[in-house]
Design a protein around this ligand. Sequence first.
Ligand code: SF4
Length: 357
Amino acid sequence: MKNRLIDLPNVRLTPLQERLREDKTRCLVCERRCVVDSGCYGFCGTKVNIDGKLYTIVYGDLSALESRPIEIKPFFHFWPGSTALTFSTWSCNFTCPWCQNWHLSRVKPDPFNANYVPPEKIVEKALGRDEGICVSFNEPLLLFEYSLDVFRLARSKGLYNTYVSNGYMTLEALRMLKDAGLDGLKIDVKGGREEYIKYNSANVDVVWRNAREALRMGIHVEIVYLMVTNATDREEVVVETIERHLSELGPETPIHFTRYYPAYRFHEPPTSVDKLEWAYETARKMGVYYPYIGNVPGHRYENTYCPECGEVLIKRYGMWVTKYRITEDKKCPRCGFRINIRGKYVKKSKLRIFFGF
Ligand code: SF4
């Protein structure tokens, strides 16, 4: 049984671990820093200790593989109009009771029934159709070891690499991802100090630290704040989040206030559009250049406006870019204000996307 597990292509040694006394090993991939006994699994259920060494059991075990518009992540200031070949595995290192992807995140992986896809296959599939790669749907860090290999290969072929994450990686993991080719990081902020403790037994400071350090490393960062009714939508918490966003990341980093819908174990009504508009307008007044509201297709606050003169620069309908007016040198065509956009605008037919396995 022991040897058979090690022999599987989806079972690989994790590079971030520390051997403790006897056969105990500490995982250094995320800030839970689990101490795992021999024969046991870490909190997320994707790392197993075999004879004192930690292995991931989900290397390349994919639960989904689809070409998706980058705006759906959402990334609004990164390769607009492009598509990213997007994939995920199982489980999570967080426990949000409102998880919108619980059919993936609440499933424990079964290494003996893995849907193994080698890194070369991912890059081969993306080339000629997508501009980049995205690890998403469930927490991408659970594919940390696999992401490193996919990212190196993808970058060597001219593709970009992105993560849609809860931002709870260790700094060592973040640096390794950056070195392997991580270009864009979308981080979900899930409330303030109290909400992180209550719903995830986690520390909000880690998430802001990682967003700030990623920006310093030259990674493109966007923040998403899911406004969960009666959980993360208290006005003082939203204002505190905007203040922290400005002090850690500055006014040019986009922040998306997204609409929550009841899911998994959370049954409060969907976020009211008034509340989302309030968050957007508060962020704008406090000095954020690019706030957005999400999951309200067709709303005017999905568009990008020039922070200087108010000109509409990018018009969107949900995940689609319907008009793009930023100049090639990334300026407002009316007043010349420099806009924070990474990569090029890609205009492609809607029919070419959403191909899965
Ligand atoms: S990645 Fe998993 S095993 Fe490692 S510290 Fe995080 S929760 Fe624990």
